[in-house]
Every structure is written in structure tokens, then in C-alpha cells.
Write a protein that binds this ligand. Structure first.
Ligand SMILES: [Zn+2]
Ligand SMILES: [Zn+2]
Length: 144
């Protein structure tokens, strides 16, 4: 099975990201993060760099994992149901309890983030309002 798990974005198409070093949360447009040019990201707050995958927040990973597990359970439920049906009349039956799907973890989208434009890369990100524009590092090129 090779299902692509899509990372949920907010209503404006922003991914929630979290710095693996300082834990600062910020958002960037899905298309910018998915871009093949974006292999590494700089934290807008501490300026440290890591693989873009490392910036996916734990909540989002858990959410995506739950979706993946639910998908797997659906597949298994279907397989078991079919098997039971196929064995009807053969005298063999097995007890199968349907697996319950889990409720994916709610993703917080209520964070107060300010949208800022990065003129160096002509991209837009969202950061906490208490981060002033002068101290923000560009996540894409690291310019302060
Ligand atoms: Zn950081
Ligand atoms: Zn830049």
C-alpha cells in the first residue's frame, strides 16, 4: 500500500510548522513547502536550519497517522467482511469484530499569527505577532 498522506492545511492553504530547535510555530504556504526547491527550512525565530520534514508539527504528524491508521482499518474491515462472505456455506466461519476508527486529533487553527511578506523570496508566511519583522529569518533563504 502506498497511500500518500496529505498534510492538512488551514483554510488559506498554510501548513502549520514547528521549529525542531526552539519550538516556534509558524506557517507557510503548502505549495512553497512541497516545492522541490525547498529541502531545508530556516526557523524564522532562531534562524537554525533543518530538513523541511523536521518542521512538520507533532500535532500534524499525529493527525496524519490517525488518518493513515483509519484507512488501514477500513481496508482490513473490508477484507474480513469479504472473507467471511466467501466462506459462507463452507461450514467455517470466524468471529470478526469490526475495528473502530479513531477520531483524528483536532488541529488547532486558532493561533494568532500575522501574515508577513518576505521580499527576498517573494513568499508569504505567518508568524506570531510578537515576532517583529526585523528579527524574522526567511525560512527559505535564511536572510535576517
Ligand atoms: Zn527555531
Ligand atoms: Zn528569502
Amino acid at each position: 500500500m502506498n497511500e500518500k498522506i496529505s498534510i492538512p492545511t488551514d483554510s488559506e492553504g498554510y501548513y502549520s510548522l514547528e521549529c525542531p530547535y526552539c519550538g516556534e510555530r509558524f506557517k507557510s504556504l503548502g505549495g512553497d513547502i512541497d516545492s522541490e526547491d525547498t529541502l531545508e527550512l530556516f526557523c524564522p525565530s532562531c534562524g537554525l536550519v533543518d530538513e523541511s520534514n523536521s518542521f512538520v508539527s507533532q500535532d500534524v504528524i499525529e493527525h496524519a497517522q490517525t488518518l493513515a491508521i483509519n484507512h488501514l482499518k477500513q481496508q482490513l474491515n473490508k477484507t474480513f467482511k469479504n472473507t467471511n462472505r466467501n466462506m459462507k456455506g463452507s461450514g467455517i466461519s470466524f468471529d470478526f469484530k469490526e475495528m473502530k476508527e479513531e477520531q483524528p486529533k483536532e488541529l488547532k487553527e486558532d493561533e494568532q499569527l500575522d501574515q508577513i511578506e518576505l521580499h527576498c523570496c517573494e513568499k508569504t508566511i505567518k508568524v506570531h505577532a510578537d515576532q517583529t519583522r526585523e528579527t524574522i529569518y526567511c525560512p527559505f533563504c535564511g536572510v535576517n
